[in-house]
Design a protein around this ligand. Structure first.
Ligand SMILES: Cc1cc2nc3c(=O)[nH]c(=O)nc-3n(C[C@H](O)[C@H](O)[C@H](O)COP(=O)(O)O)c2cc1C
Length: 196
């Protein structure tokens, strides 16, 4: 029932806008997880929202520290805010790496050729370097579109699904803020108003 609530529909609309419109405030979000007992946060790009699973999708490098951490501790958060929409979205999520190769291939096809180099660094993302570096192999520019580079990049590419367990939506307004919590459980969604 609560999935038809105007605030929940606003949330769906916001994520759809974030996926399709690069200039939307909802295109990026802060993703937080636990690494060795410490909270780690960073900005990411939303790539998809799977409505039937109520899950947020982002892309990353399989070798990056956050991916290792998610495998250890799947409890995470995704936080969005749009100044224009005056809406904050805080999603409590369970994160998992998508294993279905055909699904991952489909997402890979959506990555523009020039953006695929993000998955081609010689060392894993967040590795320490002796000097300033973009991390790419020296001969990269000459062979950027070669098959061997494309397949190397594809091997490092991963898709992370963040299944929403709880949503906290805060709508700001000069007429009075409003805030609601949506709890997702076995396909059903329960809503409670919260004091903003
Ligand atoms: C606007 C913006 C968008 C970003 N999008 C992504 C993304 O979609 N996927 C990703 O892995 N890193 C993305 N990054 C880089 C991450 O913030 C982070 O620096 C990198 O993933 C390494 O994180 P880690 O060491 O915690 O794994 C983005 C950074 C910014 C500033």
């Amino acid at each position: 029932m609560s999935t038809q609530h105007p605030l929940f529909l606003r949330f769906l609309e916001a994520l759809r806008e974030g996926i399709s419109d690069k200039s939307s405030d909802f295109h990026n979000f802060a993703f937080s997880n636990l690494t060795d007992g410490r909270v780690a946060s960073r900005h990411l790009v939303i790539r998809d929202f799977i409505e039937k699973n109520c899950s947020i999708i982002f892309f990353s490098d399989l070798r990056s520290p956050k991916i290792h951490s998610i495998l250890e501790e799947k409890s995470t958060t995704c936080v969005f805010y749009s100044k224009e929409a005056e809406l904050q979205i805080r999603a409590l999520t369970f994160s998992q790496i998508i294993k279905d190769d055909s699904l991952v291939d489909g997402y890979w096809e959506s990555v523009p050729i020039f953006s695929r180099k993000a998955y081609l660094t010689l060392e894993p993302p967040s590795s320490i370097s002796d000097e300033r570096t973009d991390g790419l192999p020296e001969e990269y520019e000459r062979h950027a579109n070669s098959l061997s580079y494309t397949s190397k990049a594809r091997k490092n590419f991963c898709v992370v699904e963040n299944v929403i367990r709880e949503l906290d939506l805060l709508s700001l307004s000069s007429k009075g803020h409003s805030r609601a919590k949506f709890t997702v459980q076995q396909g059903s969604v329960q809503m409670d108003w919260l004091v903003p």
